[in-house]
Design a binder for this molecule. Structure first.
Ligand code: NAD
Length: 511
């Protein structure tokens, strides 16, 4: 692996350095440059210069590079997983299933689907003004896209959005989280080895100020991170009228109805709450259980959570729950658990920060929580599973919707149709019935937050069209020298036009 300094293109212009830690051990494993605004402007200049040739390669040429990158990812799977594990502290399996597998499928998906989603569309219009003319909707790359990402999924949620942006013909600057920049730098190396032309993809390592400089320098911002920072990014982008797509925080509810398969619901609750140590935007953050099955559900979840192995990831199959990635997040988790405990919640499993090198919090199950507790209202983003008893499905829906967030949700019921009917009442960008989170792997399905959870979509047609300008083309081939509506205005044609309007729009029955 090339040194980090070699990989970061504008290292020479770095004003400061950032130490990258392994959160499972507390050891510093690398240093990366903290790029200032001038360095970012230089990356932008290079990215813009490289973009036209990349666009000119067409879907086939770009697809070839993306397919080679897919192969590179699989050939280098171990190195990629080790890098992700080393800078996030997550388990081997979390890095494999939710990052490597996602990246491998995304390269192939966008290489194959970009030509279909972005093909020119022939449009037919009812307007008399354009009769006989050729109307085309064309998806034109925006130019230079800035992708700003969080620390919880350095491949999936930072690099992942770069793939459709590149497939659409843009050049990209990726600003990864200052906490987890190494995966992005490694993937930049992978893209270079896969034949991506120089400067089409560049990594701007740095903190918030570097992110601001990226917002200032690009033609479109794809941001993933907290709702608070998302607001700042949108406000900054407003200065230059730069379009933004925002994938933000969540507080995903799970509803368990009394006719649910409790074994499946409990397995799903524990897995989707503890996956990636609970640091997933669409993890299960709160559970509402109908009263008749509440005790049985709590007992099952408690038994399963007690069996989780928790510790430093040491290769495949070693632990189920790894470290927490970002030190301040441990403080938030501790505050939420303490607040719940002080207001009467029962801590059935875990409940404490661990005193060992790195950043650790025990997998934690809380019962008898309610909406007076912070843990049911603010994003916790840790290995916690708070469970609340509700009288019926209506109360569950009311409480699930009682949140500023609306990212994802899940409903468990033995009657799938009833589950779906409840899913349709939830204010969330995506809802699973008798499942959770796996919709994210269906790249054909849009994924985006409602309410304060985001703006725009990733995946599906919208997930690549957002990286393009929707350009309208009108081509007139056969036409008179002067159309009737052109100058000079004449009484006869004006009156004729009135009659034509009545004929076109004045007929038909109305209430
Ligand atoms: P964060 O908002 O603190 O940081 C995200 C990125 O923004 C980082 O790269 C950071 O350096 C950068 N940044 C900070 N200030 C900036 C500014 N003023 N201008 C531009 N960039 C700036 O988020 P985080 O703590 O890294 O990530 C956790 C959050 O991300 C959680 O809220 C989680 O729910 C959310 N998330 C959402 C999704 C989704 O798809 N909706 C996916 C993953 C994570």
């Amino acid at each position: 692996m090339a040194s980090v300094e070699e990989q970061a293109p504008a290292a020479a212009a770095a004003e400061r350095e950032i130490a990258v830690e392994n959160p499972a051990t507390g050891q510093v494993i690398a240093h990366v440059p903290d790029l200032g605004a001038d360095a970012v402007a230089e990356l932008a200049r290079r990215g813009r210069a490289a973009q036209p040739a990349w666009e000119a390669l067409g879907f086939e040429g770009r697809g070839r590079v993306l397919r080679r990158a897919q192969r590179w990812l699989l050939d280098n799977a171990e190195r990629v997983i080790e890098t992700i594990v080393s800078e996030t502290g997550k388990t081997w399996e979390d890095a494999q299933a939710a990052e490597l597998a996602y990246g491998a499928s995304a390269f192939g998906f966008w290489a194959k689907q970009a030509p279909r989603y972005l093909a020119d569309e022939r449009v037919r219009s009812a307007s008399v003004f354009v009769k006989g003319k050729r109307l085309v909707l064309r998806y034109r790359p925006l130019g230079l896209v800035g992708v700003i990402g969080p620390w919880n999924y350095p491949l999936t949620n930072s690099f992942g959005d770069c793939i459709p942006a590149l497939a659409a013909g843009n050049s990209v600057i990726l600003k990864p989280s200052e906490v987890t920049p190494l995966t992005s730098l490694l993937l930049a190396e992978g893209l270079r080895e896969s034949g991506l032309p120089a400067d089409v993809f560049q990594v701007a390592t740095g903190r918030g100020a570097t992110g601001e400089a990226v917002v200032d320098a690009v033609d479109m911002v794809m941001f993933t991170g907290s709702t608070e920072t998302g607001r700042r990014v949108m406000a900054r982008a407003a200065r230059t009228l730069t379009p933004v797509a925002l994938e933000l925080g969540g507080k995903d509810p799970m509803i368990v109805l009394s006719d649910a398969d409790l074994e499946r619901a409990a397995n799903a609750a524990v897995y989707y709450a503890m996956l990636n140590t609970g640091q997933t935007c669409i993890s299960v953050e709160r559970v509402y259980v109908e009263a008749p099955v509440y005790d049985a559900f709590v007992a099952k979840v408690t038994a399963k959570a007690r069996r989780l192995r928790h510790g430093v990831p040491a290769g495949p199959g070693s632990v189920e729950v790894g470290a927490m990635t970002h030190a301040p997040q441990v403080d938030i988790v501790e505050r939420h658990v303490e607040d719940a405990r002080s207001k009467g919640a029962r801590v059935l499993v875990g409940g404490a920060r661990e005193a060992r090198p790195g950043q650790w919090f025990e997998p934690t199950v809380l019962a008898d929580v309610d909406h007076d507790m912070t843990i049911m209202r603010e994003e916790t983003f840790g290995p916690t599973l708070p469970i609340m008893k509700v009288a019926d499905a209506d109360e569950a829906v009311r409480l699930a919707n009682d949140s500023p967030y609306g990212l994802s949700a899940s409903v468990f019921s033995g009657d799938a149709a009833r589950g779906e009917a409840i899913a349709r009442r939830l204010e969330a960008g995506s809802v699973c019935v008798n499942d959770a989170l796996v919709n994210y792997y269906a790249l054909e399905l849009p994924m985006g937050g409602a309410k304060a959870s985001g703006l725009g979509y990733r995946h599906g047609a919208g997930g690549i069209r957002k990286f393009t300008q929707h350009q309208a083309l009108l081509v007139s081939r056969i036409h008179p020298r002067r159309d009737v509506h052109m100058f000079p205005y004449r009484p006869f044609t004006t009156r004729l036009f009135t009659r034509v309007l009545r004929l076109l729009y004045g007929r038909g029955r109305r209430d």
